[in-house]
Design a protein around this ligand. Structure first.
Ligand SMILES: Cc1cc2nc3c(=O)[nH]c(=O)nc-3n(C[C@H](O)[C@H](O)[C@H](O)COP(=O)(O)O)c2cc1C
Length: 378
């Protein structure tokens, strides 16, 4: 097993605490960093074109640094963005279909006038078209350099990749297929997060447009195929350096981690395993065990992109009432759902979690959990 990943970042464990939008807190990331893992801060909720959001970002970084309180460790953080293609605003038909679906599924008199169809997840690609990118890059250049900047749902432009790499920042991108691994490797990406079908949260696919074209590779199959693809690309002289391979999806204990490392993954990225930790925004959901028959589902119609979530009556009703109608695109539809959830938090349950959700432990701090998982690897 290679320990190149740990050496590169001077980490105690070959573990990345997964960025989990809405769930990861600054405290959680700081605890992961202190434990000796790579911390991640999800930033997909921020619109860098907006002055207030830039200030929020700066404040997140200073809170993170204060909590870590160690200059040698504070750079061990991965800033995570969504990098999906920019979509058009929803049409009236899409909005009408959405309202009908929610009225029927929730049995409530929902009115389209009550909901603002705003884009709640602005893509990094939109910042690249704006001065926002320059401000962000200037901040990284002059104020604070994270070790990693990562992207989900796609990759930024070649010039952004090269600019960040010149600053000494490594670029990681999620892949769910061999085709994506191939493309990212030829772009010179430094780390590929191989996200299997078991994984919680949104699938980071960007070359697969329709679910029917998705091979739904498991984490281990994707890792194995990625490793052999990289060997082949190097042998053929297509690339000189190969990226780190990170296994993500369904990894819940030390044995799972060891197995992924034995399959030549350089590190693992843990999401679901940390959901119940004290610092997680989702910890309350995992205080009581789930019924043994509880299950997860891959659901596209809540956010507009396939995401693994725990099945709830709300999810089942939505799925039963949906018959392929056109709905608003990602970003807009997800924000509309979040508005409904704010009004009816008990009714609109969308709990992102992977297939390993039954083994989530609660009442434990993130640093302790990482230590327990990591110590057994040494
Ligand atoms: C609640 C939740 C939110 C997530 N949000 C993000 C995110 O903001 N950015 C990202 O790159 N990945 C996100 N993911 C995916 C994780 O990075 C990772 O691929 C996944 O959690 C690994 O599978 P596991 O959940 O089985 O450990 C999320 C996962 C979960 C469970």
């Amino acid at each position: 097993m290679s320990n190149a990943f740990q050496k590169c970042f001077n980490l105690k464990y070959p573990i990345i605490q997964a960025p989990m939008a809405g769930v990861t807190t600054i405290d959680m990331a700081a605890k992961a960093c202190i434990a000796g893992a790579m911390a991640s801060l999800p930033l997909s909720h921020l619109d860098f074109r907006n002055f207030n959001d830039i200030e929020k970002f700066k404040s997140m970084i200073s809170q993170f640094k204060n909590l870590v309180a160690d200059e040698n460790l504070e750079h061990n953080v991965n800033l995570n963005f969504f990098c999906h293609n920019i979509v058009d605003e929803p049409t009236n038909l899409q909005i009408t279909n959405w309202v009908k679906l929610y009225r029927k599924s929730m049995d409530l008199p929902i009115n389209s006038n009550e909901i603002d169809f705003n884009n709640g997840n602005v893509s990094f690609k939109a910042f690249e078209r704006d001065y926002a990118l320059q401000d962000f890059l200037k901040y990284l250049s002059n104020e604070f350099r994270p070790r990693i900047v990562s992207f989900h749902f796609g990759h930024p432009s070649k010039s952004t990749i090269e600019y960040l790499q010149k600053l000494g920042i490594l670029i990681f991108v999620t892949a769910t297929s061999v085709k994506e691994v191939n493309l990212l490797t030829s772009l010179g990406i430094d780390g590929i997060v191989c996200q299997g079908y078991e994984a919680g949260g949104h699938r980071g696919s960007f070359l697969i447009n329709e679910s029917k074209d998705d091979e739904n590779l498991s984490t281990v199959q994707l890792v194995k195929r990625a490793v052999s693809e990289l060997v082949a690309m190097k042998d053929k002289g297509i690339v000189r350096n190969t990226p780190f391979i990170i296994a993500a999806g369904g990894i819940t204990d030390s044995q799972d981690i060891s197995y992924m490392l034995s399959q030549q993954a350089d590190a693992v990225q843990l999401g679901t395993a940390l959901l119940g930790c004290n610092e997680s925004n989702a910890s309350k959901m995992f205080l009581a065990p789930f019924a043994p028959e509880s299950r997860t589902r891959m659901v596209e119609i809540v956010s507009g992109k396939p995401a693994r979530t725990i099945s709830t009556p709300f999810i089942e009703k939505l799925l039963a009432n949906f018959h392929g109608e056109e709905l608003p695109p990602y970003g807009y539809i997800y924000d509309a759902f979040k508005q409904i959830r704010r009004i009816y938090p008990e009714l609109a349950n969308f709990i992102l979690a992977g297939q390993g959700f039954q083994s989530v432990q609660s009442g434990i701090s993130t640093d302790r959990k990482i230590d327990i998982l990591g110590e057994k690897l040494r």
